[in-house]
Each structure stands twice: as C-alpha cells, then as structure tokens.
Ligand binder design. Structure first.
Ligand code: ATP
Ligand code: BTN
Length: 262
C-alpha cells in the first residue's frame, strides 16, 4: 500500500486528512500528534506495522507487517456530541462486528468493552484515548486493530485470552484494504446514531456472554461474579451479582471473562 493508492481507495468517504505509514510506533500516538497539529475531524492514520501498538493500560497490541490492520481516527468532540465520548469504544467494536457479520457471514460479537470475538477468540481490539485540556475533552482518538491473515495472530504464550484472525475463521483470503474501507463505511454509518438509545441497543445486542455467568477481573482486587444483563445508557456493564443485587460497572481496567461451569 502507498498513500496515493489509499487516498484514492478512500476518496468517496468523508474523512479528514489521511496518512499512511509502512511502520509506525502506534497509530493512536501518531493521530494524537496530528491533533496537536490541528488535524480535522475524521482524520485517519493507517499503518502496515506497529512497533509499539498498545491496548488498555499500555498492554501490548501486536501488529506484525503485511498481515493486520491498524488504524486510528480523530474524533473532535464538538462534532460528535457531548454524550458520545464513552460510546466510541462501542462504535469501533460495533463497526467491526457489522462488517464481519454482513460482509463475511461471521458470527462476531463484542467482549465488553473493547474486543471483537468470533467463537470465543479475539480477532480485533479497540482503544479510545482522550486528550484533555483541564477538565474538558479536547479530542479523542479511536484506534482499531484487526488480525486479518493467520500470521497476525500472536503465539498463545504471549496472550491470556485465545486469539484468531479473520482469514482463519472466514476460511479464505481477505483483502486487508477492502476490509479497512468496509469498517470505515460501517463506522461512518453508525456515527449519526452515537447519541441515541438505538446505538446502545445495537451495542448490547452484539455483546458476547449475554445472560451468562461472568467475572470482572481487576488486578489486586477480588473478582466480581455475576450474570451479564446488558448495558446502561453510558455503556456501563450491568451484572446481577450472586447476592441478587444489580450493579453497573465502568470499563476502567476491568477484564471480562466467562465463568467456566464445566
Ligand atoms: P483481554 O484481551 O485479556 O481480555 P483486555 O481486553 O483487558 O484483556 P486489552 O488491553 O484490551 O486487554 O488488550 C491487550 C491484550 O490483547 C494484550 O494484553 C494481549 O494479551 C492481547 N493481544 C495483543 N495483541 C493481540 C493480537 N494481535 N490479537 C489478539 N490479542 C492480542
Ligand atoms: C485492545 O484490545 O486492548 C485494543 C487494542 C487496540 C489496538 C489498536 S491498533 C490501532 C491503534 N493503535 C494502537 O496502538 N492501538 C490501537
């Protein structure tokens, strides 16, 4: 891929500035740098390879060359509405799910808050990062990483959750750049809904482990066990605890796991 071809392929989408790197540290970091230089709403940074790709809490996100998708979009708060920033993680995950379901016939779902799964294995992750000025969000960056070819899947020893790739589950070749465009189209189609109840309903309808017994795990704390009931208006996770009490959880650093009852 090169910038001219990419710009040409994405020319009919209402994006801001488009940038392409064959290697970059992290597309999120690069997008944040561009915000500081005045990058407009929906500017896009795409990389073939990331050397410091990250997930939440700076956990590593592997993006080897030629086999994955990694990209970040600049989201200006004045253009997406005040309610929307916490919903951006859901937007990214939902866009990937929409495409895998509609265009590839795959049973994708979302492991709250930010992972896309197929048959219980993770093939994509979303990382939303905000830039603050005092107590005001100045901008947000929505980053998405997708394992496309089989070689993009890290060895299981490097992970604490099973991983897969689009090609593995699709069972044939997948054009990365076509997939990039499809995900951007899906994301832009969902964007006008972001502040509406309909958006939360769609996010909720695509959640993995609905009604199942799950655990929320946080380092240094006792796991929280409960039945997964759904989402509230802010995208918080609603659980029915073993005591019968219903409680809401904000994503923070919580890891979600299915309780194995076998
Ligand atoms: P988990 O995925 O274990 O539930 P999490 O969702 O909290 O945890 P994140 O910070 O969202 O974790 O994602 C980063 C994690 O994803 C890393 O700790 C690593 O285990 C895993 N990971 C890194 N690169 C990939 C990849 N290319 N495909 C699948 N999983 C990856
Ligand atoms: C996760 O599962 O924690 C989310 C991983 C998000 C990875 C994407 S790849 C593009 C963007 N750049 C990064 O450094 N991270 C996100």
């Amino acid at each position: 891929m090169d910038i001219t071809t990419l710009q040409h392929q994405l020319a009919d989408l209402p994006l801001g500035k488009v940038a392409y790197f064959s290697v970059v540290g992290s597309t999120n970091s690069e997008a944040i740098r561009r915000i500081e230089d005045g990058a407009p709403h929906l500017s896009l940074v795409v990389a073939d390879e990331q050397t410091s790709g990250r997930g939440r809490r700076d956990r590593i996100w592997y993006t080897p060359p030629r086999v994955a998708l990694s990209f970040s979009l600049v989201m200006r708060p004045e253009r997406i509405g005040a309610l929307s920033a916490p919903r951006l993680t859901g937007l990214g995950a939902l866009a990937v799910c929409d495409v895998l379901q509609a265009d590839y016939g795959l049973p994708a779902n979302i492991k709250w808050p930010n992972d896309v799964l197929i048959d219980g294995s993770k093939l994509a992750g979303v990382l939303v990062e905000a830039q603050w000025q005092g107590d005001k969000i100045q901008s947000t960056v929505l980053g998405i990483g997708i394992n496309v070819a089989r070689e993009s899947v890290p060895s299981q020893g490097e992970l604490d959750f099973p991983a897969t790739s689009v090609e593995t589950v699709f069972g044939g070749p997948v054009d990365r750049w076509k997939l990039l465009k499809e995900v951007l189209v899906a994301l832009l189609a969902r964007l006008p809904q972001l502040d509406q109840d309909e958006f939360i309903q769609a996010w909720e309808a695509n959640l993995a482990y609905q009604q199942d017994l799950v655990q929320l795990i946080q380092e240094g704390a006792e796991p929280i066990t409960g039945q997964l009931l759904g989402l509230d208006r802010d995208g918080f996770l609603k659980l029915r605890l073993l005591s019968g009490e219903e409680k809401l959880y904000q994503s923070g650093d919580l890891k979600l796991r299915l309780v194995d009852r076998s």
